[in-house]
Design a protein around this ligand. Structure first.
Ligand code: GLN
Length: 539
């Protein structure tokens, strides 16, 4: 069986197309069907790797090292669909491919045009993702808002595919806003206009997912159905939920999955949503509470650390604990009179996430020192592990000039630096360690205990490495080199000795955490933080 579900958005951006696409994927999987996910981003960047987190939010990294839009992280959290380079399509990639082919003379002298050459390239990428025999559904989220100039070729490709597959095998789901005006009345007009715009490019939506604060009643749903040619059962009310992980249940209660399967003539078993119900229960009525401080920069940006926030919540799910995240801008530790104990007075553990550039680094070092000296759980992700190295070198070994070469090229002790063979590389983007790599851990180390294994595979995205020139000094002064690459060459994990839970990893475990399968390191860190909070409260 090969079916396509296109997800578009109307009225305005940020309505949750990604969560809608992901929720549909999880519902189909709950019925034993197999799905693949694609995100289309109508921008000219070839990937999201060079984009500033201020504009774009987090860069989500796949096993094969693609730097993609954060929506792919949602797909990975909601579904079992494998995510790789092929699941992220941008205008830049498509044009680059077509222009390369043109330069190679592969169009045999024809005039190369948006239709059919660009649209054909888009179609072939969509079809390729679902080509494995066991795949039932490919869900394609088209970024941007219908009516934007940028998305036109993608909508045309979608129109053609719906026509070629037939409407039983390819459907359109349109996510729109039903705003509330003063007086509390919900307005359907923007949705009607948005559907008209979709119809103008030749696409009749089969489902409308209507976002609103309060929810649509039956009469509004009937009205929308009548004006948009969508069946009444296809008009879904998506009012603001208590957690995004509730959306699969909200959609299921309104019969969205049943409706899609009837439309597409697919038989399946009943949806098994036990695991999702348990996730929502643990998030909304946890048995315990814990407060985690995240110390970094970009703290004011909600999306810059999307996967980190989610992985922390999952760590809470793993302990039946509600995680409250306290975002702490590391500059707060940098003031002359800053007292780290005060800043950290009401958190039970701290996490230092990944990051680039010098700003805020010294504040992170101060926070790490306080956590180390006061037995507060600490979890360092990528940059957060490098901070552990700098802090230890400065305050335990006693090298006041210790730093990362990223922040000070002339540091007396560059305990984090580039590898020899990275140094001449002119191509800045080319020197990153990206994607899946194995790590091996010391027997009995905290990561090994958490994973229940001494060998794991995790994803990387960084340039600088712990410097082997100083490994013996760290070893000799008691720092635990808890993990390395399998050849022993690169340090992958540091662990504070004689400390309840101080662990740094050179990779990004947050990308592999799921609400249904919380990442073991996040679960272990949250568990240690709960214990720290209990001890502090009860002495
Ligand atoms: N800036 C550091 C490096 O490039 C850490 C990167 C990160 O945290 N992702 O090595």
């Amino acid at each position: 069986m090969k079916k396509l579900i296109f997800v578009t958005g109307g009225v305005c951006s940020s309505l949750g197309k990604g969560i809608t696409a992901s929720s549909i994927g999880s519902l189909l999987e709950a019925r034993g069907l197999s799905v693949r996910m694609i995100k289309i981003d109508p921008y000219l960047n070839v990937d999201a790797g060079t984009m500033n987190p201020y504009q774009h939010g987090e860069v989500y990294v796949t096993d094969d090292g693609a730097e993609t839009d954060l929506d792919l992280g949602n797909y990975a959290r909601f579904t079992n669909a494998p995510i790789s380079k092929a699941n992220s399509v941008t205008t830049g990639q498509v044009y680059r491919e077509v222009i390369n082919k043109e330069r190679e003379g592969r169009f045999l002298g024809k005039t190369v045009q948006v239709v059919p050459h660009i649209t054909d390239e888009i179609k072939s990428r969509i079809v390729a993702v679902g080509k494995d025999p066991d795949v039932d559904f490919t869900i394609i989220e088209i970024g941007g808002t219908v009516g934007d100039m940028e998305s036109v070729p993608f909508l045309e490709a979608a129109r053609q595919l719906i026509h070629e597959y037939g409407r039983q095998d390819a459907v359109s789901v349109h996510v729109t806003l039903v705003p509330e005006v003063t007086g509390g009345e919900l307005k359907t007009k923007p949705t009607q206009h948005s559907v008209k715009e979709l119809q103008e490019v030749g696409i009749q939506p089969d489902v409308l997912v209507c976002r609103s604060t309060a929810g649509l009643d039956e009469s509004l749903r009937r009205k929308l159905a009548a004006f948009t040619n969508v069946e009444y059962e296809g008009v879904i009310s998506a009012k603001d939920a208590s957690t995004i992980y509730e959306l699969p249940l909200v959609f299921h209660d309104q019969g969205l999955d049943q409706f899609l399967l009837r439309k597409m003539n697919v038989e399946s078993r009943h949806a098994d949503l036990k695991a999702w119900k348990e996730v929502v229960r643990k998030l909304t009525e946890p048995r315990k509470r814990v407060r985690i401080g995240v110390v970094g920069k970009y703290m004011e940006l909600h999306d810059a650390y999307k996967s980190v926030w989610e992985a922390l919540y999952h760590g809470g799910i793993g302990n039946d604990a509600g995680v409250e995240i306290v975002r702490i801008d590391s500059s707060r530790f940098e003031a002359e009179d800053a007292n780290p104990g005060d800043v950290l007075a009401d958190v039970d553990g701290i996490l230092v996430p990944g990051g680039f550039g010098q700003r805020g680094i010294n504040g992170m070092v101060v926070a790490a020192r306080w956590a180390r000296e006061n037995g507060m759980p600490y979890f360092g992700l990528c940059l957060g592990m490098q901070i552990m190295a700098i802090e230890w070198a400065r305050n335990v070994i006693g090298w006041a000039d210790a730093d990362s070469a990223e922040f000070n090229q002339d540091a007396g002790h560059a305990v984090v630096s580039l590898l020899e063979d990275q140094i001449d590389v002119k191509n800045f983007g080319g020197t990153m360690r990206l994607g899946r790599n194995d790590s091996v851990f010391k027997e009995g180390s905290k990561p090994a205990l958490a994973y229940g294994s001494t060998r794991v595979s995790e994803r990387h995205r960084h340039r600088y490495e712990f410097s082997n020139a100083y490994r013996a000094d760290f070893d000799g002064s008691g720092m635990v080199i808890a993990g390395t690459t399998p050849d022993g060459e690169l340090v992958e994990s540091l662990e504070w000795p004689d400390h309840p839970w101080g662990v740094g990893v050179q990779y990004h475990p947050e990308f592999k955490s799921r609400p249904i399968a919380p990442h073991p390191l996040f679960a272990a860190f949250v568990k240690a933080s709960i214990a720290f909070g209990d001890k502090r409260a009860h002495g």
